[in-house]
Design a protein around this ligand. Structure first.
Ligand SMILES: [Zn+2]
Length: 110
């Protein structure tokens, strides 16, 4: 069981690296033609983070290439409320797993 928890924590650490200074490491998955509900022609560009698996989706008007919307689909367990400073604190800790547990406890209280 301890081994299973360790593997799960390795996944959590990849999320924390994205929350810290690194940002998402985005890879371009290409363009898809789309039609908006109002009938406007769009291009949708998808990016995937090769570290954590997060997906960023941008939609642009085909006529002007203007960005009309952007959203993220984050993997389960991604700590979306963790600040960059909190992420760095965990990455720099001697015991990263304990530092993460302490952050989680702080979230439960707050
Ligand atoms: Zn990422």
């Amino acid at each position: 069981m301890a081994g299973k928890r360790k593997v799960a924590f390795q996944t959590t650490l990849t999320f924390i690296r994205c929350r810290a200074a690194y940002q998402h490491a985005l890879d371009d998955r290409g363009w898809l033609p789309k039609i908006a509900p109002g009938g406007q022609k769009l291009w949708e560009q998808q990016f995937v983070c090769y570290r954590c698996g997060a997906l960023r989706i941008d939609q642009r008007l085909r006529s002007t290439r203007k960005l009309t919307s952007r959203w993220y689909e984050l993997p389960d367990g991604y700590p979306g409320t963790m600040t960059q400073d909190e992420a760095l604190t965990i990455l720099m800790a001697d015991n990263q797993e304990r530092a993460y547990d302490e952050w989680m406890q702080g979230r439960a209280v707050a």
